[in-house]
Design a binder for this molecule. Structure first.
Ligand SMILES: *Cc1c(COP(=O)(O)O)cnc(C)c1O
Length: 359
């Protein structure tokens, strides 16, 4: 029985065609700037996001870290969501390694920080305060695409107060495909999102299905600073063209198909909605959260695992669709959850609430 792995869109394996592209890649030493595949990919991603330059990074965490360190100096601060990846799920790297103070702000159910809260958090130029330098947004956040009007308003507010704007766009292609709608051009939609920012970090090892890699995009000057920090934190890679080739292949073949992931997540949410003991909170893209009554989340996970279906969480379970999940996997998941919800409850001890999955 094939495993249906809904833990994260990071679990995708490179397709045979992607592996062939990787095997055929021309390579060189990228620390010397000699890798033609890396150089071509960076130029392509810069053009796609409307930025001057781009830099291939080993991970999204490192990409965000180098971006924060390129924007901010010691004693500066960035405004960021309380539940944002760049604050909560990156080991405090900006503070630990960059001496950059985070100023976390509350987010609503869609991940949006209040504009008044952003304005109030910007500190005056006074030695009592850290220097507020940067607004950091995340799109999608927990699968929720950021409304275009919000992107425009929040970044305009930040700019009017002298702040730069960084987008953690780990899943920005999901946001772009959603914004483009059926028949629309996701690449045009991507530029409509990225044009509001000074820098954007894009994960290629999530929905795009590459095995490794994120790309940081920004101005030439910003990318030059980020390149220094990438070396400092150990992210200078040598024949990285094999990874660039995988990402290039993904940009050719795995962008439009993100629609399928969104449709499957919607189907999963529809199939689970209304089942007894569940509250389904679906986002518009590829992530579905399911709250399980009575502390039975762990029990449901075990029930699913016994049937070859993997998810994460405890009370709030998370299901993420991706390239390696098909319609049959979704129907099997719905059937297995339904079986669990319609049978009598056991007397299992209630499990404690765990934070939502960071993956
Ligand atoms: C996954 C993710 C990252 C970090 O990516 P890694 O490659 O796992 O380090 C950053 N931000 C968001 C929103 C993510 O989902």
């Amino acid at each position: 029985m094939k495993t249906v792995d809904l833990r994260s869109d990071t679990v995708t394996k490179p397709t045979p065609a992607m592996r062939a592209a990787m095997a055929a890649a021309e390579v060189g030493d990228d620390v010397f700037g000699d890798d033609p595949s890396v150089n071509a990919l960076q130029a392509r991603m810069a053009a796609l996001t409307g930025m001057e330059d781009a830099l291939l990074m080993p991970s999204g965490t490192q990409s965000n870290l180098c971006a924060l360190m390129a924007h901010c100096e010691r004693g500066d601060e960035y405004l960021v969501g309380q539940m944002a990846h760049t604050y909560r799920y990156e080991g405090g790297g900006a503070a630990v390694l960059g001496s950059i103070q985070p100023q976390p702000l509350a987010q609503d159910g869609q991940g949006l920080m209040g504009l008044a809260d952003i304005a109030a958090a910007i500190k005056p130029d006074d030695p009592h305060f850290a220097r507020t330098r940067l607004l950091c947004l995340e799109n999608t956040w927990n699968g929720h695409p950021m409304p275009t009007a919000y992107l425009a308003e929040a970044t305009a507010l930040a700019r009017s107060r002298g702040l730069a704007c960084h987008l953690d766009g780990a899943r920005v292609f999901n946001a772009a495909v959603h914004a483009a709608g059926p028949g629309g051009d996701p690449f045009a939609a991507l530029r409509e999102i990225t044009r509001h920012f000074d820098s954007v970090s894009v994960c290629c090892s999530k929905g795009l299905g590459a095995p490794v890699g994120s790309v940081l995009c920004g101005s030439r000057a910003l990318i030059a600073r980020a390149r220094r920090w990438r070396k400092v934190v150990g992210g200078g890679m040598r024949q990285a063209g094999v990874l660039a080739a995988a990402i290039d292949h993904a940009l050719d073949h795995h962008v439009h198909r993100l629609r399928d992931d969104h449709a499957r997540a919607a189907r999963l949410a529809d199939g689970l909605r209304g089942l007894p003991g569940l509250a389904v909170r679906s986002a518009a893209t590829n992530i579905v959260f399911v709250d399980v009554d009575g502390g039975r989340g762990g029990e449901l996970l075990a029930h699913l695992a016994a049937r070859g279906i993997l998810a994460t969480g405890l009370i709030g379970l998370r299901f993420v669709t991706h390239l390696d999940v098909d319609d049959d996997g979704i129907e099997r998941t719905i059937a297995a959850v339904r079986e669990f919800c319609t049978r009598p409850a056991s007397t299992a001890a209630t499990a404690p609430r765990a934070p939502d999955s960071p993956y």
